[in-house]
Design a protein around this ligand. Structure first.
Ligand code: ZN
Length: 111
């Protein structure tokens, strides 16, 4: 499962930074092109945090919309579906992803 492996990656980063201390909150930024279902990620997190010895670490998600720049006409536009990426101005599919592939742990609350 996609979300499960993402949660394992999140837990790995959190544990490395916590270095044995207690983790209260893990904040993660995820771009729209990652195709993550937030509910599914939250559910997988409850499984992973127990297995990874982070028993009550809360997961906070920050979802980032995707944006592409058209190589044909230079138009910057927001992408709503990861399956159909093209320029709404000139219909070119030759676009460059500017934003939307993010997947990173932005901060931790440690006590
Ligand atoms: Zn264009």
């Amino acid at each position: 499962m996609h979300e499960l492996s993402l949660c394992e990656a999140i837990a790995g980063v959190a544990k490395t930074h916590a270095d044995g201390r207690h983790v209260d909150v893990v904040r993660v930024r995820i771009g729209a092109l990652r195709q993550v279902v937030p509910e599914s990620l939250a559910f997988c997190w409850t499984l992973v945090r127990d297995a990874e010895d982070l028993p009550d670490a809360a997961l906070e998600l920050e979802c980032v919309t995707a944006e592409v720049r058209c190589r044909a006409c230079g138009q910057l536009s927001e992408v709503t579906s990861a399956w159909s990426i093209w320029c709404p101005r000139c219909d070119s599919s030759d676009v460059e992803v500017v934003r939307g592939n993010e997947f990173l742990v932005t901060s931790l609350d440690i006590s």
